[in-house]
Design a protein around this ligand. Sequence first.
Ligand code: ZN
Length: 381
Amino acid sequence: MKTRLWVFGLPKDRGRALKFLRDAGYEAVTVGRDEEAVDAIAREGLKAHIVLGTFSVGRRNLQGEEFLARRLDGVPVKWFGSGCPNNPQVRAVSLDLVREAASMEGVEAIILDGIRFASPGEGVESFMTCFCKECERKAYELGYDVSRMKRSLRELLKAVGGLTSSILRSITGWRSPIDLLDLLMRYPGVLEWLRFRADCVVEHVEDVRKVLKSVNPSCRLGAYLFSPSLSYLVGQDYRSLAELLDYVEPMIYRVCGGVACLNFEVARMAFDIYKRGSNLDQVDVQRFIFNLLGLDSEPKETIEELKEGLSSRVIESETRRALNIAGTSKTVPILYLDDPLLKESVEGALRAGARGLSFFKFSEGSEGALKAVSELVKERE
Ligand SMILES: [Zn+2]
């Protein structure tokens, strides 16, 4: 069976880029809400996907603090250019954008980006959101205990503050998820908070799907999701989301410099624990996090060095996890194109069983890498 190849973005010379993609065997291109680009992609015989920043507040009267997520201490925070995922106006604008994009001539799919809550990569204070009035009201309605959530999160922060090397070592090295139960049961409100965030994301994706299908029944719905080891931390429950999505695109980036990239997220988590604890060892902290997340990578001498990237093995193991949960037919992992170990990464994803691969991103000068990928994929078929 042929492996599907997709790409995010187009360089300036669109005509040339599209011809190149078609000749190299690429099937779909993701762009923003750009009618001309969508039209050009469709005319070249490729599938046009439109990406939408789901909870973005950079547009349409969503500029005030009242649209932002709230930290435990009530301070408003913007994360990934987004507002509170439960704010009614933020959600209404999101649905309007879906309606507009799905109505465009030639669009094959809408891909949701930022369909989540804040990630650990934003720093622990922004990560531990949202406690705005809307969220607290919704949590209450859904039967969650907001004061228990807050209490547990504060207790967890306090416990991290009291972490010593010997405690950290004693809670590292799980052989089975059952080993984690004791630790998790100490913070029941943290589990509630994570489940609450996941419920809210599922609810919005349900609404998006209804709107999308009402304006364009043949248009597909996809999403750029966090890699499986991180997804639950940001409110993305693969199992439920896979039922609502036609395309699941896990962002399995082992080396890059922003939120959602595995190395960036892990480094920020490690740094936040390291700086709060007392005299912790940087290697121990990394090992603890890899163990907690189930990430197949080796600690570096310092946390700073994680910026160079995680082992290329994580591509294979994370792809396997995504395929297991969301299914092979709809899962198309998106990999980082500017990866010095691109060949190893692609081979890992194929070994894990991926039947489609997407790449971030196609910019000026990416043709060589994109061509190498398509040749590699053909060789393996
Ligand atoms: Zn909120």
